[in-house]
Design a binder for this molecule. Structure first.
Ligand code: ADP
Ligand code: MG
Length: 408
């Protein structure tokens, strides 16, 4: 077992038959006009849900959705999610407006047949974000086993992530999604297969410094694209026009290039770009013939020669971790670099892992998502975990020292 899972029970360790399982999921899906626009997180949760049902558990699912200001913020209701679950599972999913109410017990101890209970958006209760033990005690009053499968929320010490397992003590563990996430992310730092390349992009170096520091000794090389690349180019004295540059990271960028050289490791930067006069001005789009960008232009994607360089290096890698798009991929005019990286990874037989919210969206938009080894659904949590930070939602599930444990 990989180190990240040490001491943590998984759903397989429990006898679920006839037990009430409180399943914390990440059902935080994008919703527009009551329609779910991307149901990846719902489908990703199905294996754990189905396992509970097959094992004869009485199931309560719980999740947050967005950032509601109060319980009256009905646009953040989980109702569309409950309806979709009803369809996908072919069972009635009952949405409980009052998670702490007697209504839940009423259903549980009444003549519950096939139904599943779905608690309304956990963040409608201020106790969730306050990590309220009181709220957790209310949930625990009707729960036999707590399972966390919401990796994307594990970096937050909220009641359903932290207080609840604290109360449940040994009757708490993780689901299949978290188990896979941890195994996959651990495989990136525990003796990954070489050559190992990390592709970094996105908007800012400052967001990624901790990841870079964690990976610099493990990887054989970095490939840098996206807006982040301009700070590296500028640090080497290359003019980058109006492209995004983090002035306070120029020194770091310069030093990092030197550190990679000193280690004899690969450091690939763009040698050409797709530029435009401004973000929205697709008409003025052109490809540069070198790494230099004119004063009145802004770099919005990597160029064709850069794509060839990057994909050639990726095709030879046995392990790739990709975080951060190569350009403003949300605009089709600037998506070629990002999609080329996704395509090359999808064609590889190596371990190909995508992490980060926008990167996962980019992989999805490219059409190659299903061919990746793993796309982390965790967003911020994946990066924090990879950086070696302790996630409150996982740490609370490890065996506690006697002195910290209440007597059972
Ligand atoms: P992730 O969420 O996967 O960690 P980031 O949030 O770091 O990724 O970066 C994603 C954003 O970076 C995207 O919205 C994308 O438009 C932006 N981006 C990429 N390249 C550029 C660029 N050249 N100029 C401006 N923004 C860029
Ligand atoms: Mg992002």
């Amino acid at each position: 077992m990989s180190s990240g899972l040490r001491g943590i029970k998984t759903i397989r360790d429990f006898d679920l038959n006839g037990k009430t399982v409180f399943l914390r999921l990440d059902l935080n899906v994008p919703i527009k006009n009551s329609k779910i626009t991307d149901e990846t997180r719902i489908t990703a949760s199905l294996p754990t849900i189905n396992y509970c049902l097959e094992k004869g558990a009485k199931l309560i699912v719980a999740s947050h959705l967005g950032r509601p200001k109060s319980a009256d913020d009905k646009q953040f209701s989980l109702e569309p999610v409950a309806l979709r679950l009803t369809e996908l599972l072919d069972r009635e999913v009952v949405l409980m407006e009052e998670p702490s109410s007697e209504g839940v017990k009423h259903i549980l101890y009444g003549n519950m047949k096939n139904e599943i209970i779905c608690l309304e958006n956990l963040r409608f209760d201020a106790g969730e974000e306050a990590n309220s033990i009181e709220l957790a005690n209310q949930w625990a009053s009707y729960t036999d086993i707590y399972i966390n499968d919401a990796f994307g929320a594990c970096h937050r010490a909220h009641a359903s992530i932290h207080a609840m397992p604290e109360v449940m003590q040994k009757k708490a563990g993780i689901g299949f999604l978290i188990e896979k996430e941890i195994k996959m992310l651990d495989s990136l730092t525990d003796s990954p297969k070489k050559p190992y390349i990390a592709v970094l992009g996105g908007s800012k170096i400052s967001d990624k410094i901790s990841v870079i520091e964690k990976l610099i000794d493990v990887v054989d090389g970095f490939i840098i694209g996206g807006a982040m690349a301009y700070t590296f180019l500028k640090a080497q004295g290359v003019p980058v026009g109006k492209s995004l540059v983090e002035a306070d990271k120029l020194k770091y960028a310069k030093e990092m290039i030197q550190r990679m050289e000193a280690r004899n490791k690969t450091m690939l930067l763009p040698v050409d770009h797709v530029v435009a006069k401004s973000f929205g001005d697709v008409e003025s789009k052109r490809t540069t013939t070198s790494a230099v960008i004119d004063d009145n232009e802004i770099g919005l994607d990597i160029g064709p020669q850069t794509i060839r360089n990057f994909t050639a290096a990726l095709a030879k890698a046995s392990t790739v971790f990709w975080n951060g798009p190569m350009g403003v991929f949300e605009n089709p005019a600037f998506s070629a670099g990002t999609f080329a990286v996704a395509k090359t990874m999808s064609e590889s037989s190596g371990v190909m892992i995508v992490g980060g919210g926008d990167s996962a969206a980019a992989a999805e938009a490219s059409g190659y998502a299903s061919k990746m080894t793993h796309i982390s659904t965790g967003g911020g949590a994946s990066l924090e975990y990879l950086q070696g930070e302790k996630l409150p939602g996982l740490e609370i599930l490890r065996p506690r020292k006697q002195s910290e444990t209440n007597l059972e």
